[in-house]
Design a protein around this ligand. Structure first.
Ligand SMILES: [Zn+2]
Ligand SMILES: [Zn+2]
Length: 249
């Protein structure tokens, strides 16, 4: 598997930036995890968007889904232009609630909706994907994803507060993509469904993750400061997200 960061910022993209979206590629398939603001523009730097095989959404907060509508328009037009098979709508795997959001995922011949639950296991090409509900938000589900392919494990933690019950989900993952929404100076006293960079590093260290990619960062953060506050993670290589960063597993 190869992962490329297409967007990592939150809650909104800084100048020239993008909110969360991660391209996952194998020899057989190309899929996208989340589709935030600016992600489609970045995706097009790698290959035409009509070559995408699937999209998985962790949850429906704007920073993770902002570009879904334009992706639907784009695929519709590529089908009209005969560049994408109209018989091949893009599958979008996403939580079944809130239904007001889920209802927007099927669009003409461009996209189809496949509901995801915590007990779901999805196989897309040569990748098997499991889901874990995280501590996030206001009662609506947010799912972390565990992707397995060729003996390697990648976990995308999505948005996940400190009360997430990880169990063995991230244990010894070859790469853990974990949010570090806050730095020490702006971490709220009461947890609100997000982690700080320091908490992300401690979590990855506790579960012996083999590499850590810290993401979901405010665009104004200094990458060197993020790296400093991740000092608790020593079990493997620590990456700080930037647009275009690629990691091979
Ligand atoms: Zn969220
Ligand atoms: Zn978010």
């Amino acid at each position: 598997m190869r992962v490329t960061v297409l967007g990592y910022q939150s809650p909104y993209p800084g100048p020239g930036g993008a909110t969360p979206g991660y391209l996952i590629e194998t020899d057989h398939i190309r899929l996208l995890l989340d589709c935030g603001s600016g992600v489609l523009s970045e995706l097009g730097k790698h290959f035409p968007i009509y070559e995408l095989d699937a999209l998985i959404l962790s949850h429906y907060h704007h920073d993770h889904v902002a570009d879904v509508g334009v992706l639907q328009y784009g695929l519709m037009v590529h089908q009209l232009f005969k560049e994408r098979d109209p018989e091949k709508p893009l599958p979008i795997y996403a939580p079944e609630t809130p239904t007001a959001h889920a209802e927007n995922l099927p669009y003409r011949d461009a996209t189809r909706f496949y509901p995801v639950r915590e007990e779901s296991t999805v196989t897309i090409g040569d990748i098997q994907i499991g889901f874990l509900r995280t501590d996030h938000g206001d009662g609506d589900p947010c799912y972390a994803m565990r992707l397995e392919c060729g003996g390697k494990v990648l976990v995308y933690g999505a948005d996940s507060g400190p009360a997430t019950n990880w169990g063995s989900f991230i244990r010894e993952a070859d790469l853990f993509i974990c949010e570090g929404t806050y730095l020490d100076h702006n971490l709220p006293k009461t947890p609100n469904g997000h982690l700080s960079v320091r908490q992300a590093a401690e979590l990855a260290q506790e579960h012996a993750c083999r590499a850590l990619l810290i993401t979901h960062l405010y665009h104004g953060y200094d990458a060197a400061e993020v790296r400093r506050q991740a000092e608790a993670y020593t079990a493997g290589k620590c990456y700080v997200a930037e647009v275009g960063l690629g990691i091979n597993l």
